[in-house]
Design a protein around this ligand. Structure first.
Ligand SMILES: NC(=O)C1=CN([C@@H]2O[C@H](COP(=O)(O)OP(=O)(O)OC[C@H]3O[C@@H](n4cnc5c(N)ncnc54)[C@H](OP(=O)(O)O)[C@@H]3O)[C@@H](O)[C@H]2O)C=CC1
Ligand SMILES: CC(C)=CCC[C@@H](C)[C@H]1CC[C@H]2C3=C(CC[C@]12C)[C@@]1(C)CCC(=O)C[C@@H]1CC3
Length: 345
């Protein structure tokens, strides 16, 4: 296991620090005594001691002024997967990440920790205990994933011990927790519209859901282990709760916790996937006439109906990673944090 070192200056920047994961990361870094700057396209909160720089990460000059005297950068900004905007994903995740790397090198940043995604190896078919040596998806399930693959490659290939610029990528999966704008809100919206009655497939597919504080813990461990002599340089690491759970059990626990009924009726996976594909095709053909965003997309059906869980042995070995919050506690804390989304609220 690599030795953990705190950067001497303890000055770091979180690109995407106004987002769900970013804000949790900022709060924990501050608790641990880091001096933190946030760079984000929006400012969603204020925190004493944290400096905010509002800007687009594709703007090198804006980044350079935010990275002055910073030795460690976390890059966890991305357009939301639900935006499904190919041009935006390419501009931010690919061009923007090139700009982040260039700005880091120019500003003398020593370490860059990227938030990648375990989905970079997911093609819509079962992955059981997938390790980091699985090949990147040849047919990624959506544009978001396609650009996350390119982004991860760019960051890992930029690792250069000679130049003193070290990089590492964290691949979380199914992040959930307080303030998440996606998982629970999308699920509750579907429940309120009567769309959470059905289980896609036989309901036994296992999936990783990862409590946000475990993802934060993985990022900080990676940053503190990143040194020229450590085995983690230029490598990706899966960070999960290490407790794969049936997708539909997780959904049911969340729903029941919030006062909604658990899904009960089974629908065949192949049928739902084909319908989602057809719907997607129709909305694509009719896009000049109507802007309709279906709840059932092929990507979501694949996520809901296949096995996709990952080994985090490499993170345990190299980073000393162990989840700090169990799935049970994570679910309870998440449910408690959404009083406004409870049934009848
Ligand atoms: N949530 C999940 O389950 C998983 C997330 N990830 C990865 O984790 C990271 C964080 O995700 P999450 O916290 O959920 O996402 P959020 O959308 O909550 O946070 C991302 C932040 O980045 C900002 N941002 C987007 N584009 C730019 C830009 N051009 N310049 C500066 N800032 C920008 C967003 O602003 P705005 O909201 O205005 O767009 C937002 O504040 C992402 O890289 C994502 O790919 C990986 C696996 C799973
Ligand atoms: C583990 C992992 C990568 C989770 C991803 C989170 C989201 C993609 C899910 C959040 C809410 C989920 C959801 C569905 C699919 C996956 C999510 C979008 C459905 C659309 C699946 C089909 C239904 O029956 C309705 C579901 C609503 C919630």
């Amino acid at each position: 296991m690599a030795t953990r070192l705190r950067p001497s200056s303890k000055r770091c920047a979180v690109i995407g620090g106004s987002g769900f994961l970013g804000r949790h990361l900022v709060e924990k870094l501050q608790d641990r005594g880091y001096s933190v700057s946030v760079f984000d396209i929006r400012q969603s909160y204020e925190l004493p001691g944290v400096t905010f720089h509002q800007g687009d990460l594709c703007d090198e000059q804006a980044l350079l002024s935010a990275l002055k005297d910073v030795s460690l950068v976390f890059h966890c900004a991305s357009p939301a997967p639900a935006s499904n905007d190919r041009a935006l994903f390419e501009r931010v995740n690919i061009q923007g990440t090139k700009t982040v790397i260039e700005a880091c090198i120019q500003a003398g940043v020593q370490k860059l920790v990227l938030t990648s995604s375990a989905s970079v190896v997911f093609e819509g078919t079962d992955i059981k205990n997938g390790r980091e040596d699985l090949p990147y998806a040849k047919k990624p399930i959506d544009y978001y994933t396609q650009t996350k693959i390119q982004q991860e490659k760019l960051v890992l290939e930029a690792c250069d011990k000679q130049k003193g610029f070290l990089t590492v990528a964290i691949r979380p999966h199914g992040i959930f927790g307080p303030r998440d704008p996606q998982l629970v809100p999308i699920m509750v919206d579907a429940a309120r519209r009567g769309k959470m009655k059905f289980i896609i497939g036989d309901g036994t597919n296992l999936v990783d859901f990862t409590f946000v504080e475990n993802v934060v813990h993985g990022h900080i461990l990676a940053a503190e282990c990143l040194r020229p002599d450590s085995p983690i340089c230029g490598k990706p690491y899966h960070i999960t709760n290490d407790e794969p759970i049936r997708f539909w059990d997780f959904m049911s626990e969340m729903l029941v916790g919030l006062g909604y009924a658990a899904p009960r009726f089974h629908l065949p996976y192949g049928l739902v996937y084909s319908l989602a594909l057809l719907l997607w095709l129709l909305t694509w053909i009719l896009r000049p006439l109507l802007s309709f965003k279906p709840t059932f997309t092929p990507m979501r059906v694949a996520l809901a109906g296949t096995h996709h869980y990952y080994s985090c042995e490499r993170a345990k070995q190299d980073l000393g990673y162990r989840p700090v919050v169990s799935l049970k506690e994570g679910i309870a804390r998440t449910v408690q944090s959404y009083p406004h989304l409870r049934h009848g609220a």
